[in-house]
Design a protein around this ligand. Structure first.
Ligand SMILES: [Zn+2]
Length: 248
């Protein structure tokens, strides 16, 4: 039943990248992340603060935010002042594609508030042209510095795709996840939602394919990444621990 424990390692291994561990497990606010940026505060992002933030700093904000969340030490910002501060304009530093799952709201799991992140959500955290258009707005027009695709453990949409669930319009929604199901090799004894390891592998592959699709389908976003103005990366959220495993 518990397939959570392996997911961070396997997801990161799957990316084939070198990873700077965020130190989330040590809990607390002092994270061993070398960065020149100032720690995030409850002050809403402004045009100046957004401009001053590097893509790596923006990613660090997300790592530190998830570490705070997972450690039970969120900033607990009163969002009302941020409503006033952003009334005439927003300058979010990140765009996060995530699932609709009620256990994985990006604002909460990254400990962010009003005006901090764009949060396009869809069952199974895939992207289509409309989602990509939204991301182009977030990053190319509104200046976000990091674009993350975040899958999660125990994903019902992924399980539905594994089981070929048929239900009204959801059938077509789940078709977007089928390429990840097909791309995961092995697990021949059980390729259904009953196999937790298979479900997790498909969820991780789905993040990987979604990232590839973003780069393939958006010259704008791929161009920003190439210029070093945007980090495009993935992650897996563990609904049991509250921790995000970052691919970069
Ligand atoms: Zn889900």
């Amino acid at each position: 039943m518990n397939a959570h424990t392996h997911d961070r390692r396997s997801f990161l291994r799957g990316t084939g990248r070198t990873v700077l561990a965020c130190g989330c497990a040590v809990g607390g606010l002092a994270l061993p992340l070398a960065s020149a940026h100032a720690a995030q505060t409850c002050t809403a992002q402004t045009a100046a603060s957004q401009k001053a933030l590097s893509p790596q700093d923006a990613l660090t904000y997300l790592k530190e935010g998830n570490a705070r969340f997972a450690a039970g030490k969120p900033m607990v910002c009163n969002p009302t002042p941020q409503v006033a501060a952003t009334a005439n304009g927003q300058h979010p530093f990140a765009a996060i594609v995530s699932c609709i799952d009620s256990r994985a709201p990006a604002n909460l799991i990254f400990d962010q508030s009003i005006g901090d992140i764009f949060e396009p959500r869809i069952a199974g955290n895939f992207v289509n042209d409309d989602m990509i258009g939204s991301l182009e707005f977030a990053c190319a027009a509104a200046g976000s510095k990091v674009l993350m695709v975040v899958g999660h453990s125990e994903c019902g949409a992924v399980k539905g795709a594994c089981d070929d669930v048929v239900l009204g319009n959801l059938t077509q929604t789940l078709a977007n996840i089928k390429p990840a199901v097909a791309a995961v090799q092995g697990f021949d004894s059980d390729r259904t939602s009953a196999n937790a390891a298979f479900v997790q592998a498909v969820a991780e592959k789905n993040v990987e394919l979604t990232l590839a699709r973003i780069r393939q389908r958006s010259g704008i976003l791929a161009g920003l990444e190439k210029k070093g103005d945007l980090i495009i990366t993935g992650g897996m959220y563990d609904v049991a621990t509250g921790k995000v495993a970052f691919a970069a």
